[in-house]
Design a protein around this ligand. Structure first.
Ligand code: ADP
Ligand code: MG
Length: 557
């Protein structure tokens, strides 16, 4: 077992692969984020995380935060930067590596407690701009914590793994926009041979959510900690009431915009440094807690000219990716790649017992696809949705995963509109949603066993579909022709009736004969005869259609 760790400036997280899925470790109180803060009491052992953060109010000079900024820095530099805490300088100073090691040790023991086993190997992430000294210092911190550090991984690379960007295909380029607590960086990655390479990185190590808190605190006249709380809430609601004051998102955006604006030039530069233009990017992903802000999301969309991918929690993506990387190294992730694509097509049964594929086999998951269906019969008050899996043309030859009914307003044939959407999540679970577009009423069912089929079963299904390819095709064509016949025969009968005497006896007899041909071909299940007789009937009824139109026109004048 190898643990993946995001050793962040403000927060750190750990994750492992569990039955093929990256899962983050929760501490004893269920928190996945651990503040990268260490409290050194006068006597006794150092305290890490939330408790350390709480001590900051009482012992500001005994709590160390943002030690990541000092990793690998020369002693002189540390002394200069560490003005706030005496702990980092002087005779028996604690080194940044040792402080980071305490944070890593806490994550190690949380992981071991939650898994119930000892964990001694780790993958640790660092910013793409970390140089060799900083990377080596991070590795040493891991070793001090008792880990064998299997690999140091760039944060944007880990994030790209978490977002599943390896599925974009070879030679894709992606941008990773990371706005954390105290740092901002943007990287452009190139995917080649299944491996991400950092083409360029740019940023500002003195720009992050903390700067937003400071500005907000000043404008709102509250403590930075309070400003942070309000800021977070305003990412999901428009206004917040706190101690009698009302704080609005619009106001926050006015205060924060100039700070966010400062990230623009780094985005432009990193894309230019990669010798690319914005339109060469296949995706832009968000990392860092501050990118939860709608203002930041809109800003990123504007700068890159495309909507950012928001499918992952931005402050968890790096740890998730580190866990995946850990799984790749330990060999655990192979099982996931099996689940990466749907082994068999998924669809529903439509008129005539046909299989209508909605998600074709080999589609990478997670994925979403939908189609619009209508009523085959007038005044039908609902339809049954049979969810199928398999490669055969006829519904009955595929596996039925489940079925459910959708009610809709009775309407003339072909007028009801039911949207059916299939969503296959990353766990291979299929969620089927059917919506009557007239009423907006949704029916949602979850089908659990969609992808969990054995290799042999998949092979047999594929083998069968090849073996029966021609019969299947023939049957599909026949079914479609039957549907057409069902539509045409009553239409011809009513046209003859409507036109009355304008259809001569001879014409009438000829049409009856052609209709009989169609009916017989249907009964005999002969595809070729059915197609031929339908074409003949179609042609013979052309004059009727013309006459009907003329009659209708005459009626209106
Ligand atoms: P780091 O990688 O530097 O450790 P994080 O990714 O944990 O940082 O981001 C921390 C920052 O994200 C903090 O400034 C915090 O206020 C901000 N943040 C977290 N959640 C939200 C939210 N919902 N809305 C706005 N900002 C948030
Ligand atoms: Mg981070």
């Amino acid at each position: 077992m190898i643990v993946g760790i995001d050793l962040g400036t403000t927060h750190s997280l750990a994750g492992t692969m569990q039955s093929g899925f990256p899962i983050l470790v929760a501490d004893e109180s269920g928190e996945r984020l651990t503040p990268s803060a260490v409290y050194f009491p006068e006597a006794g052992v150092p305290v890490v995380g939330w408790e350390a953060l709480e001590m900051r109010a009482h012992h500001p000079d005994r709590v160390i935060t943002s030690v990541k900024r000092l990793m690998g820095a020369p002693a002189g530099e540390i002394r200069k930067l560490a003005g706030q805490t005496k702990l980092l300088c002087g005779g028996n100073a604690v080194s940044p590596e040792k402080i980071s090691a305490l944070i890593l040790k806490k994550l190690k023991s949380d992981t071991e407690r939650s898994l119930g086993i000892e964990v001694s190997r780790a993958v640790i992430t660092v910013p793409a701009y970390f140089n060799d000294t900083q990377r080596a210092a991070t590795k040493r911190a891991g070793e001090l914590a008792g880990f064998t550090v299997e690999r140091i991984v760039a944060e944007p690379t880990a994030a790209a793994l978490a977002y599943g960007l390896e599925r974009l295909g070879d030679n894709s380029k992606v941008a990773v926009y990371d706005l954390g607590g105290g740092t901002f960086d943007v990287s452009v990655l190139h995917l080649s041979g299944g491996v991400f390479e950092v083409l360029s990185t740019n940023g500002d190590t003195r720009l992050g959510g903390d700067d937003l808190d400071a500005s907000l605190a000043k404008d709102w006249n509250v403590l930075p900690r309070v400003a942070d709380g309000i800021k977070r809430e305003l990412s999901s609601v428009e206004s917040v009431e706190r101690d009698g004051g009302v704080y609005r998102r619009a106001e926050l955006e006015t205060i924060c915009r100039p700070i966010i604006e400062r990230t623009r030039k780094h985005c432009i530069r990193s894309v230019a440094d990669a010798q690319l233009s914005m339109s060469d990017l296949s995706a832009v992903v968000l990392v860092g807690g501050a990118t939860r802000m709608p203002l930041v999301r809109a800003f990123v969309a504007e700068v890159f000219g495309r909507e950012p991918d928001t499918s992952q929690h931005p402050d968890e993506a790096v740890a998730i990716g580190a866990a995946i990387q850990a799984g790749i190294i330990s060999g655990d992730v192979q099982n996931v790649t099996l689940l990466d694509v749907t082994p068999l097509s998924l669809g529903i049964e439509t008129f005539g017992g046909l299989m209508n594929v909605i998600i074709p086999r080999n589609t990478t998951i997670p994925c979403k696809a939908g189609e619009m269906f209508t009523n085959a019969v007038a005044n039908q008050a609902g339809m049954r949705i049979s969810v199928l899996q398999g490669e055969r043309e006829m519904a009955r030859d595929n596996w039925k995963l489940g079925e459910f009914d959708v009610a809709f307003e009775p309407l003339p044939k072909g007028r009801a509109r039911v949207g059916v959407q299939f969503e296959l999540d990353a766990n291979g679970l299929l969620h089927v949603l059917a919506r009557d577009t007239a009423t907006g009423k949704d029916t949602v069912v979850r089908i659990d066993s969609a992808v969990e089929v054995s290799d042999e079963a998949v092979e047999k299904m594929l083998g069968d579909s090849l073996e029966h390819a021609f019969e299947d095709m023939d049957e599909r064509v026949f079914s479609e022709a039957c549907l057409k016949a069902d539509e045409m025969l009553p239409a011809v009968v009513s046209a003859i009736e409507a036109l009355g005497d304008s259809v001569s006896q001879d014409e009438r007899r000829a049409l009856e004969d052609l209709m009989d041909d169609v009916r017989l071909a249907c009964e005999d299940r002969s595809t070729s005869r059915l197609k031929k007789s339908l074409a003949a009937l179609d042609e013979a009824t052309q004059p009727l259609a013309t006459q009907l139109i003329e009659k209708a026109m005459a009626g209106t004048t």
